[in-house]
Every structure is written in structure tokens, then in C-alpha cells.
Design a protein around this ligand. Structure first.
Ligand SMILES: Cc1cc2nc3c(=O)[nH]c(=O)nc-3n(C[C@H](O)[C@H](O)[C@H](O)COP(=O)(O)OP(=O)(O)OC[C@H]3O[C@@H](n4cnc5c(N)ncnc54)[C@H](O)[C@@H]3O)c2cc1C
Length: 431
């Protein structure tokens, strides 16, 4: 192994691997360090992988990547205790090239993706923990690992070490995340025969469904549950902000059991055998929690930088794009032979001009607003279910009368002004 590399990337998740791939493809000498037995062995994701951002790195990746199913239907369920209001979009064009998104199992996908970076010339070493960055004269010059003689040097170190990013914290780029800046999510992979999945979700072998579940699935807390179809298994999970769980004294595994036993969900997963049980944090602080991204000889990408759009459950795509942008900035810095913060800062500028910066900014107040005003989950979703029940129950009363009764029941309970305020607040943070 060389003593000095152009780039050391810490962490072979989507962010680190796309950085390593892009830099190696441009001819740089890249070391990719992963603490797991292999890339993906420790990684957790609900399972939706977006086509667009990976395609920009590996065109037509779907022809060889280990994917589960292309998603052709996106469902949204708004749960009360024994009912749900649903909405969905199904489009058969999503089942054909170039597709929209796919379900994946990270253990298989990450391993394949890191292999592609190796094909481009990156050196991957597994089962190696980076314990700290080596800093000399206010500049990161390498990393210390838990291997004997484990110091390695590079012009630039890219921190792609995920949500916990101890390395970013130790450099003083950010503090310990607060409980309202992260969501705790638990999930299971449940094995079921393909035929059963197809029948229950009304799809064929090469079609998948994603279901986002709101309301009673989190017992009124800010968060969602999800249910995704793989080839021969389902991913089911639930997550809420850590602060919400602490406040309500909820245990994450109790919440997942509650979701699995919910009468609206149970029929879809019945008979499924648990093959994996996973828990992980998701960074959900958004725009205001993004840490310092660049220093002399160092950059932060992916979850380590809080790049997650919780509203659209996009994380892996932001990880990949940020990794690619970081690599491109390093290639430019290499041409100038200047790895100072000033030069590497082109990454930060490009990032804020991209969909990542713009989307994080658009939703900058959403998480905090909905956490401070839980009535959207605790009051309005049950109200919506009751209204649907009342409107669709044929009981002999004229529809116009029903309509007025429903509107009255909503405004009487909370007051017209309070309802108007809630609607305005929600519109303002989502617009
Ligand atoms: C339950 C759940 C569901 C999700 N669902 C979706 C979804 O459906 N779609 C979506 O797009 N996103 C989803 N996300 C978010 C998505 O998983 C992340 O945004 C994405 O994985 C971030 O990629 P990353 O490379 O930044 O970090 P990670 O994927 O966390 O990778 C970090 C890597 O660094 C390694 N590492 C960490 N520290 C060290 C160290 N010191 N030394 C060496 N290696 C180290 C880790 O082992 C790991 O391989 C979900 C997340 C969770 C938890």
C-alpha cells in the first residue's frame, strides 16, 4: 500500500463510494476505508434507491446492479386505529427503462457499488476503523486507523462515515447531534414468497410498490412507517425523531411491533419470516444543521453532513451526488495543486446550488414546525379518517347535510381561527 494517496475516503456507503469511484475514474490515487467486513455489511436503509443520481455516476447501472424491483406504485396511507385514508400513484412507465427508483437491499448493493469503484482503480480496505484524522499545521494530512502501523496520508481526506460522524465532530466541524436533529428508525426484512407479495400488492415479478405510512403508525409522533416490496421479501420499518421517542418514553422495537400488529398493515406482512432486524439513526436536522463542509485537506459528504430530505425520504441520492461533487472539486484542486479550504470550497458552492442545497432550504423549518405542532398527526389524520367514514357511510342523510356536519365537527372542536392558522402554517413550511 502506498504511503500517500491523492484521496482517502472514510466509509464505503453511497457517499464514500461515489466519491471514490469519481476520483479514481479521473485518474486519482484513491484509498477507500470501510470498517465493516465488506461494504454494506453494517448499512441500513428502507430501501428506495433513486435512478437519476446513480445514473449520473454509472450510466445504465440497472443492467448489472443487484436491484430488487423497480417501483411502479407509490402509496401513502394515513392511519387511524382501525381505518385509513389512502392515496397513490401507479405508472407503468416507471417499470420500464430508464425507470424512476428501485427497491434494494444495502448489503448486496453497497458491495457491488464499491466493487465498481475498485474496477476504476480505487483501493478498498475493509475491516479497518479510522480512529482520527491526522492534523498538521491546521491541515488534515491523513488518517489514523486501528491497524498496526495504521497511519496513511493523502492530499485530501473525505469523511463519508455516516450519521454519527465522530471524525467531523472531533475536528470541531459540528457538535453532538441533538435529539431533534436525528430520527431513530428500526426495520425488519421479512421473507415471503414472490407469488404472495405479487398477489397482496397487485403487481408482477418485475414491479415494486413503496408505501409511506403516517399517523397512528408513529402513535402521533412526527415520523413515518414504511413498507417496501423486494423480490422475495418486504422491508417494514418505522422511525420518529429521537426527541419524540424520549418525550413519549417509547421504545423503538415496541413501535415496530405496534406497526406490524396494526389491523391495516398486518394482512400485508402475515406469514413473513424475519431475516434481518436493524436499527439506525437518520440525520433529519436539515438545512440549519448542515455542519462546516470543508477545511484544509478535508471535506464532509452524505449523512455525515446531514444531507437528508426527510419529507421525500431521499438520503442515498444526496449521499451519492455530494460524494461525486466532492470528488470533482478534488480533481480541480489537483490541477491547481492546492488543497486548501479556499480551493476545496468549490464543493460547498456547487452543493448549495444543486438540488441538495435547494431542497434542504425549501424544507428548512418543516421538521421543527411539525415537532412543535403535533396536531397534524394527533388530530388532523384521525379527523380525516372520521370525515371519510361519515361521508361514505350510507345512512340516509343527504350529502349536503353530511358535508356541513363534517366541516362543523372540524371547526367546532378546534375553532375556525385555530384551523386556519394550522393550515397556513403547514402551507408556509411546505411551499
Ligand atoms: C431505516 C432507514 C431507512 C432509510 N430509507 C431510505 C430510502 O428509502 N431511500 C434513501 O434514499 N435513503 C434512505 N435512508 C437514508 C440513507 O440510508 C442514507 O442517507 C445513506 O445511507 C447515506 O449514505 P452515507 O454513505 O452518507 O452513509 P452510510 O450509508 O451510513 O455509510 C457510512 C459508511 O461508513 C462506514 N464507517 C463509519 N465510520 C467509519 C470509520 N470510522 N472508519 C471506517 N468506516 C466507517 C460505515 O460502516 C458505512 O459503511 C434510510 C435510512 C435509514 C436508517
Amino acid at each position: 500500500m502506498a504511503d500517500k494517496f491523492d484521496v482517502i475516503v472514510v466509509g464505503a456507503g453511497p457517499a464514500g463510494t461515489s466519491c471514490a469511484y469519481t476520483a479514481a475514474k479521473a485518474g486519482l490515487n484513491v484509498l477507500l476505508i470501510e470498517r465493516g467486513e465488506y461494504p454494506g455489511s453494517k448499512n441500513v436503509m428502507g430501501g428506495i434507491l433513486y435512478r437519476k443520481q446513480l445514473e449520473e455516476i454509472i450510466p445504465e447501472f440497472w443492467k448489472e446492479a443487484p436491484l430488487e424491483r423497480p417501483v411502479v406504485e407509490q402509496r401513502f396511507w394515513f392511519l387511524d386505529k382501525e381505518s385509513m385514508v389512502t392515496t397513490s400513484y401507479k405508472g407503468l412507465e416507471w417499470g420500464k427503462e430508464p425507470f424512476n427508483n428501485f427497491t434494494v437491499l444495502r448489503a448486496k448493493f453497497d458491495r457491488w457499488f464499491a466493487g465498481k469503484a475498485v474496477e476504476q482503480g480505487a483501493l478498498l480496505i475493509n475491516e479497518t476503523v479510522v480512529t482520527e484524522c491526522i492534523v498538521e499545521e491546521n491541515r488534515v494530512v491523513g488518517v489514523r486507523t486501528d491497524r498496526p502501523d495504521g497511519d496513511v496520508y493523502a492530499d485530501v481526506v473525505v469523511l463519508a462515515d455516516g450519521v454519527n460522524s465522530l471524525l467531523g465532530k472531533s475536528l470541531g466541524f459540528h457538535k453532538e447531534w441533538k435529539p431533534d436533529e436525528v430520527a431513530l428508525t428500526v426495520m425488519e426484512v421479512l421473507n415471503l414468497p414472490k407469488k404472495t407479495i405479487n398477489e397482496r400488492f397487485n403487481v408482477s415479478d418485475d414491479q415494486g410498490v413503496s408505501v409511506e405510512i403516517f399517523g397512528d403508525s408513529t402513535q402521533g409522533l412526527l415520523g413515518t412507517a414504511f413498507l417496501y416490496t423486494n423480490k422475495d421479501s418486504l422491508n417494514i420499518g418505522v422511525g420518529t425523531t429521537l426527541s419524540g421517542m424520549i418525550k413519549k418514553k417509547l421504545k423503538p422495537y415496541h413501535l415496530l411491533e405496534y406497526v406490524k400488529e396494526h389491523p391495516m398493515i398486518r394482512p400485508y406482512i402475515e406469514g413473513g419470516e424475519t431475516s434481518e432486524y436493524l436499527a439506525h439513526l437518520i440525520p433529519e436536522g436539515g438545512y440549519k444543521s448542515v455542519p462546516r463542509l470543508v477545511g484544509n485537506g478535508v471535506m464532509i459528504v452524505g449523512d455525515a453532513a446531514q444531507f437528508v430530505n426527510a419529507i421525500h425520504r431521499e438520503g442515498s441520492n444526496m449521499a451519492m451526488s455530494s460524494g461525486k461533487m466532492a470528488a470533482e472539486a478534488i480533481v480541480r484542486a489537483k490541477e491547481l495543486d492546492d488543497f486548501t479550504e479556499r480551493t476545496l470550497d468549490s464543493y460547498r458552492k456547487e452543493l448549495y446550488n444543486s438540488f441538495i442545497g435547494k431542497d434542504l432550504k425549501k424544507y428548512k423549518d418543516v421538521t421543527h414546525t411539525f415537532e412543535e405542532h403535533p396536531q397534524y398527526f394527533t388530530d388532523y389524520i384521525p379527523m380525516m379518517n372520521k370525515a371519510a367514514n361519515s361521508f361514505f357511510t350510507v345512512d340516509g342523510s343527504p350529502k349536503k347535510e353530511k358535508q356541513s356536519r363534517i366541516i362543523k365537527s372540524i371547526t367546532e372542536g378546534k375553532g375556525k381561527i385555530a384551523v386556519a392558522k394550522d393550515l397556513y402554517r403547514a402551507w408556509k413550511v411546505m411551499k
